[in-house]
Ligand binder design. Sequence first.
Ligand code: NI
Length: 171
Amino acid sequence: MPLLDILVYPAPELKRKSLPVEELGEDLECLLDDMTETLRDADGIGLAAPQVGRNIRVLVVDVPLPESDEREFYELVNPEIVSSRGFQVGEEGCLSIPGFFANIRRKNHVHVSALDRKGKRFTIDADGMLSRVLQHEIDHLDGILFFDRLRRLKRDLLVKQINERFVSAQD
Ligand code: NI
């Protein structure tokens, strides 16, 4: 299983809305395996397919449980937030925007419905960190990056700093 290249902002794939998966099979299963390996190699907690250049609605999350050696690992195909409630604010970063962090307001609790790699539907009731990561990764499937969730002034300031780092560096 090869490691995949994680695209870095401002890669255009990161701003695209991803399409639902319509065909299950070996290609999807390989992608999921490679994404998980890539996520763990990068020491991350979530990775969405557009971050590895595939604009399809697929993501993996691998979130450590507090005060435990265990992790909550899920592969989600065509995930949807069915319901949500409450709010939380917490710091977020992104493997595609390395070195930048911001406090982002998210729903506290989400109920997510998705397909597994074999096409079987399952649901996750999440709060805390898992809920935050799921919302961050599902945003990736809609071309939304964490800074897009900031209020205008904060967003503009952070995007300016990010652009200075990643966009001007390309020239
Ligand atoms: Ni991200």
